[in-house]
Design a protein around this ligand. Structure first.
Ligand code: ADP
Ligand code: ADP
Length: 236
């Protein structure tokens, strides 16, 4: 089943002086349960595409749908629901995903509280996510007391709190050394496998993109070619 359908998506940024075509007729199909890597040069449109899929930026033209939600012309309230329940977003800088004065438990609890989840269920869900991501030992730590890899794994837990269908990660390993990056990437694979979440991750890291079943290359705002790699664990 298709979870993400992008058909001829155009996103134009208009400034006083210039017009930038960040996406110029991009097509993308992501099936439910896939983990794909998006690669491409700086300025090719990767962040723009992620922002479109995250529901924070709307296409100028074309069709974009995620889990049956039409991303073109969503109302305010649809947007709020979409961002809270359908997608999770992990940014490159862990500091933008976390809150300096909140512990890992508290920051994962936050989106659950906002969604009105009962206390007992929040506690259970928070503990389960920290465990799944291998950061239970960080439950009572604030970001400053965690390593970069731990911060990003907690960030993934926050993004997953409300059980999104699609997890988006914009260069989540961009600021990490290669060993820590591999650890964070392994966490994304665990999430994909154990929770069945569909994952789209932007990466510059060739090593990382070599670990996924499918790599999609973006060039000048379009999908340029799809490199399909077979992987024993995929069974496909
Ligand atoms: P990438 O993530 O692949 O580096 P981006 O999606 O950030 O690419 O950018 C694609 C193009 O769109 C670039 O030329 C960038 O400068 C431009 N762009 C992105 N966001 C904006 C914006 N808010 N206003 C104007 N231009 C933008
Ligand atoms: P990346 O690390 O993906 O290359 P960028 O530095 O291109 O990220 O973009 C970071 C943020 O700045 C994005 O949200 C993007 O939309 C915005 N942005 C990028 N280029 C421009 C621009 N020319 N004008 C305004 N905003 C931009």
């Amino acid at each position: 089943d298709a979870l993400v359908v992008c058909d001829n998506v155009v996103r134009i940024y208009q400034t006083d002086t210039i017009e930038v075509q960040a996406l110029q007729g991009l097509d993308l199909l992501v099936h439910e349960g896939e983990l794909i890597a998006l690669v491409g040069a700086s300025g090719s449109g990767k962040s723009t595409l992620l922002n479109v899929l995250a529901g924070v930026d709307a296409p100028t033209a074309g069709r974009a749908e995620v889990a049956g939600h039409d991303l073109v012309g969503m109302s305010r309230s649809e947007q709020v629901h979409y961002r809270r329940h359908v997608v999770g977003f992990v940014r490159q800088q862990a500091s933008l995903n976390l809150v300096p004065y909140l512990t890992a438990s508290q920051v994962v609890d936050l989106p659950l509280t906002i969604a009105g989840v009962a206390r007992r269920e929040r506690r259970q869900r928070t503990a389960e996510l920290l465990e799944l991501l291998g950061v239970s030992h960080c439950a009572d730590r604030r970001p400053v007391e965690m390593s970069g890899g731990e911060q990003q794994r907690v960030s993934i837990a926050v993004a997953l709190a409300n059980g999104p269908r699609l997890l988006l990660a914009d260069e989540p390993t961009g600021e990490l050394d290669s060993e820590t990056a591999a650890e964070v990437f392994a966490a994304l694979r665990t999430v994909n496998r154990e929770l069945g979440a569909t994952v789209v991750v932007v990466t510059h890291d060739a090593e990382v993109s070599g670990q996924v079943a499918r790599t999609v290359a973006i060039r000048d705002g379009r999908t340029s070619s799809e490199v399909v790699r077979s992987q024993e664990s995929e069974g496909a």
